[in-house]
Structures are given as structure tokens and as C-alpha cells.
Design a protein around this ligand. Structure first.
Ligand code: FES
Ligand SMILES: [Fe+2]
Length: 361
């Protein structure tokens, strides 16, 4: 792994007018290692929905960058997050989701209270050389946008509401209420691309007319109708439905998309349903896309499965593009791409934000 140091990182993240980040930003494991600490170590990342935590001891597990996370409801009913890493030898403590009065590590059986404090260490009482003082799970910050729980590993991070900017207000004005729908399905897909390829793609609808024929039939994808609203670390897309007399296949609700730096998206069809995305980096050229689908409670399981398949048709179109782009980025025949500024302005904003985090001291 190359040693990038501060100067190396500055070279890799330098933003040039009208050009993308260099290929190395998308292909280097050393860059990803820096991103884990400089970006994923100090930003708000979506962990899950508070509706999964109905009583004290309710918990679910997730990831913030490379950090395994457990989110739980403590004995006072507060939502808290901890690094899901046992201070004994590093085993993950909680697995999956459930409800427990205490969290027990499966490896040697150490147990923790719901405030993260160490509760019991088997066979340690008779060991005069063992000192339990100061041993606890590391707490992370946990804050919510409605029922959506975000965690942040940095104790001094700005509040989530600051980062969300005008997005919650904009979404509410469009009658969006995340608490209205239950979680009906989850999907996990691994994609052979860098996580930033996914975000680059989602900043623009320049690609919609070419790779998303069904979307482009039902929605306006030209820049006169497909509207973007940018805030410093979030943005929104909005496209109105074309009517059947304009060529659309059926009446479907307006398309709304919200992005939260660095790797979260929420896609809503007006106020009728929504789904979330997390793009979790697994390696420089490998990303997991985690989706949660929130649909009306009255939809049958068959309706849920059919709608997820329908949405995944468009996602497959993107995944194919992501893997093709990654192949070009890794080819040695490409360094900085050439942008069309009027079509890719949010991509430029994303790269500037990226550079500011990667070079902050
Ligand atoms: S690693 Fe958790 S009890 Fe040993
Ligand atoms: Fe797309």
C-alpha cells in the first residue's frame, strides 16, 4: 500500500476546474484508509430505523465506515450507539438485532450494560492482576432525522441537524414523513466499484436519458424540469411525473431524492413510499449497497416484492454503469475526467466537499 502522507493526499484530492478527481482517488487502498478516518470517522452515517427499537434492550447492528456499530435503547428509553467491538480481544459483541437486558460477547462471555459499562468478566474476580476500571464499550453519537438514526464516531462533530441543512424542511414541504411507513424489505448488493463512483452517479441525472429508459419515459430528465437543490452537505433532486398523455406508462408520484454526505440517500415517491440507500465501502474497488424499503402497511408481501423488483430494474442499470466506470478508472488509460459543468454541478460540489474533508488538518 502506497504511503500517501499529507502531500500525497493533497495531490489526489486536488480539485481542478472542469475535471473529476484523479483515478487514484477511486482505486487506491491507501486513499480508502485515509477516507475511513478523515470522512467516515467524523461524519453522520445512517444506521437504521428507531421503529426497530420498541423497548429497553432493543438493539440492531450496523456499520459506520469500517466501524461495526450497535444501536440500542437504554434503560431510560434513550437511543444510544456504541462501537460494537469488545475491549477484551476485539470480537464483535452484538450480532444481528434483538432485545437483551445486557450485551454479551460470544467469544469469552464478557457482558456489558445498556450504557456500555462493563458488567461481568468471567473468572476475573479471582485474578488480582486484572483491573476492570475504565473498560467499557466506546460510545458514538446518535441523532435522528424523524425515525432515521444516524451515528457519528467523532465526539466533537456538529449536530446532525446542521449537516442536513434545508433537506428536512424541503422534504416536509413535499409531505414526506418517514414515520408514516413500516420497514417492509431490505436488500444488500455488492458492487465492484469505489463508493464515490456511486455518489458521483447519484449527483446527476445526465445519465438518466441514456441508461434509464423506463425512468426517462415516466419522469422528466432534462435540466429544465429535473430540479436540484443544493445545501453545503446535502442535496435534493425533484422530477415531476410525466402524464400518460405525455408518454409515461402510468400515473406514478413525483420523484424526490435526498442525499446526505457522505454515503446516504433517500428516494421518495411523493408521500406514497420511500427507500433508503447506504453505500458502504468494503475496499477501494468494492462497495455494498444497503437498501431499506418503506412501503404502506396494507401492501401485501407480493406487492412489496414486485415493487422492490421494479425499483431494482433501475438499480441494475446503475450497477452496470458503476462497474464499467470502475474498469475504466483501473485501466491506466484515464486520470481526470472532463465534466459538462451545467449537467454535473453537484458532482463538482461533491468533489470539493470530499477534498475539504480529506485535507482538513
Ligand atoms: S473478545 Fe469479547 S469476551 Fe473476549
Ligand atoms: Fe441512475
Amino acid at each position: 500500500v502506497a504511503d500517501l502522507g499529507q502531500n500525497g493526499i493533497e495531490a489526489v484530492t486536488l480539485v481542478e476546474d472542469g475535471r473529476t478527481l484523479p483515478a487514484e482517488a477511486y482505486t487506491s487502498e491507501a486513499v480508502l484508509a485515509e477516507e475511513y478516518s478523515r470522512i467516515f470517522g467524523r461524519t453522520w452515517q445512517y444506521a437504521g430505523n428507531v421503529s426497530q427499537l420498541t423497548e429497553p434492550g432493543g438493539f440492531f447492528t450496523s456499520r459506520a465506515g469500517r466501524i461495526p456499530v450497535v444501536v440500542l435503547m437504554d434503560n431510560d428509553g434513550a437511543i444510544r450507539a456504541f462501537a460494537n467491538v469488545c475491549p477484551h480481544r476485539g470480537h464483535l459483541v452484538a450480532q444481528g438485532s434483538g432485545c437483551r437486558r445486557t450485551l454479551q460477547c460470544a467469544y469469552h462471555g464478557w457482558t456489558y450494560n445498556l450504557d456500555g459499562s462493563l458488567r461481568n468478566v468471567p473468572r476475573a474476580a479471582s485474578d488480582p492482576a486484572f483491573d476492570p476500571s475504565g473498560i467499557a464499550l466506546t460510545e458514538l453519537r446518535a441523532e435522528m432525522w424523524g425515525p432515521l438514526v444516524f451515528v457519528n464516531p467523532a465526539p466533537d462533530s456538529r449536530p446532525l441537524a446542521d449537516v442536513l441543512g434545508g433537506v428536512p424542511e424541503l422534504a416536509a414541504a413535499r409531505d414526506f414523513d418517514a414515520a408514516r411507513f413500516p420497514l417492509r424489505a431490505t436488500r444488500r448488493t455488492e458492487i465492484r466499484c469505489n463508493w464515490k463512483v456511486t455518489v458521483d452517479n447519484n449527483t446527476e441525472c445526465y445519465h438518466c436519458a441514456t441508461i434509464h429508459p423506463s425512468f426517462a419515459r415516466d419522469y422528466y430528465v432534462d435540466s429544465d424540469h429535473y430540479l436540484v437543490t443544493a445545501f453545503p452537505e446535502t442535496f435534493s433532486h425533484h422530477s415531476p411525473m410525466r402524464r400518460p398523455d405525455e408518454g409515461a406508462s402510468e400515473i406514478t408520484p413525483d420523484f424526490h431524492l435526498y442525499y446526505v454526505w457522505p454515503n446516504f440517500m433517500l428516494s421518495a415517491r411523493r408521500s406514497e413510499y420511500f427507500y433508503t440507500y447506504v453505500y458502504l465501502p468494503l475496499g477501494a474497488g468494492r462497495t455494498a449497497q444497503l437498501n431499506e424499503y418503506y412501503f404502506p402497511a396494507e401492501w401485501s408481501d407480493e406487492q412489496v416484492a414486485a415493487k422492490v423488483d421494479d425499483i431494482e430494474t433501475i438499480q441494475h442499470e446503475d450497477w452496470g454503469a458503476f462497474e464499467n466506470v470502475q474498469a475504466g478508472l483501473e485501466s491506466g488509460m484515464f486520470d481526470r475526467g472532463h465534466l459538462v459543468p451545467s449537467q454535473e454541478e453537484l458532482l463538482v460540489q461533491f468533489h470539493r466537499l470530499y477534498a475539504s474533508y480529506m485535507t482538513a488538518v
